[in-house]
Design a protein around this ligand. Structure first.
Ligand code: 1CP
Length: 352
């Protein structure tokens, strides 16, 4: 196949995103490149640190492709992190072993004013090189696999930027949104601008689908959800569509609950990724007719394997048969997952 480009209409994920009920459904798994894979741990050890790995295009491309080689996934998600946008705007970031990301928090007008969205895409150039390498490898060897680029949604990225680290409730960020909405709004607008450029650069480098991770959307009261999730996501989607009118966008408003309906109607995304807590039949009834859904297997059922995994996966397939659907997890894969359980899941989904 070397040198040929697959007809994109033959890619199962693109067909599902266009509204076709492809069956068996295409599949990929959130965090499919990760520490549950021995071949990932090997490259990660060579790279030294997480940011070193993300900014080394050959190595980042290699780990992006590992789950495609091992499992033949229909989607390859760029190996990077949602916090590379603040990093590329100059906010100091490190990934501490065993404790997740640590940022120097931005909590006042001076710190937020220093963030420059216009330098984000240029500073993220190594990530764009990864996208180019992965796309070339897929075109040569896996012409049915779709390359998925991504960013965090402005609200979720702002949570980490204000808090400085992971949290169960992100009280500093959500508090700022009430106490100084003008300042929080400025941070959100900065992120809309930076993320627009960053995602467009990924599309120009070869990403065929873009996904917006809004992991902490579900923490917000409805008024705040509309203001800090729906409106900025809609602005981001509009800005991307101005330059890339046809690129499909998947939104993942995790734990949105009933707010999913407004999110699906008002943001302009093509597809909603659904978290593990949500009933898929309800989700299908809440989103516009014919909108593709993605999700939502419990990552812990994949850790368990066996009959529990089979029952959960079959229940999802039964609920989604006849709809445009992409099989995935409802949150990232757990690092204790056995790679053999992933093989068993792939076999099961492939037989529909
Ligand atoms: O040591 C390591 O190997 C680092 C672990 C790791 C990995 C593999 C981190 C740190 N990020 C990633 C990659 C990553 N992160 C991807 C790559 C592609 C894939 O899915 O295979 C993606 C899409 C993300 C997205 C991401 N990062 C999200 C959104 C999805 C989610 O999980 O809710 C979030 C919230 C982050 C922040 C982050 N980065 C890393 C960690 C441990 C965290 C969570 C921190 C926390 O809140 O506790």
């Amino acid at each position: 196949m070397s040198g040929q480009t697959a007809n994109p209409t033959q890619k199962p994920i693109l067909r599902a995103l266009a509204g076709e009920a492809v069956w068996p459904p295409p599949m990929w798994l959130m965090r499919q490149a990760g520490r549950y894979l021995p071949e990932y741990r090997e490259v990660r050890a060579q790279a030294g640190g997480f940011i070193a790995l993300v900014t080394a295009p050959e190595m980042a491309a290699e780990v992006t492709l590992q789950p495609i080689r091992r499992y033949g996934m229909d989607g390859a998600i760029l190996f990077s992190d949602i916090l590379m946008v603040p990093w590329a705007m100059g906010q100091p970031l490190r990934f501490a072993e065993g404790e997740g990301p640590v940022l120097e928090p931005v909590r006042d007008a001076a710190a937020i004013g220093r963030l420059d969205p216009s330098v984000c895409a240029a500073n993220a150039a190594p990530i764009m090189e990864t996208v180019r390498l992965v796309r070339a490898a897929l075109d040569a060897d896996s012409p049915k696999t779709t390359l998925i680029g991504f960013a965090g949604s402005p609200f979720t990225v702002a949570c980490y930027m204000v808090e400085g680290h992971g949290s169960r409730d992100f009280a500093a960020a959500r508090g700022m949104a009430y106490e100084d909405p003008a300042l929080f709004g400025k941070l959100i607008r900065t992120l809309v601008e930076a993320s627009t450029d960053y995602l467009l650069a990924q599309a120009e480098a070869g990403a065929e689908v873009l996904m917006l991770f809004d992991s902490w959307a579900g923490l917000l009261a409805p008024s705040q959800f509309r203001r800090w999730v729906i409106e900025p996501t809609a602005a981001l989607v509009r800005a991307i569509r101005k330059r890339q009118p046809d690129i499909p966008i998947i939104g993942f408003p995790r734990l949105a609950g009933p707010m999913l309906a407004e999110y699906a109607q008002r943001t302009g995304v093509q597809c909603c990724a659904i978290d593990t807590s949500m009933d898929l039949r309800w989700a299908a009834s809440a989103v516009p007719e014919g909108m593709a859904l993605q999700g939502n297997l419990d990552p812990l059922s994949l850790v368990a394997g066996g009959a529990a995994l089979e029952a959960e996966a079959r229940s999802i397939l039964g609920a989604m048969r006849g709809r445009p659907f992409i099989f995935n997890l409802g949150h990232g894969i757990e690092k204790v997952t056995s790679p053999d359980n992933v093989s068993a899941l792939v076999r099961l989904v492939r037989t529909g």
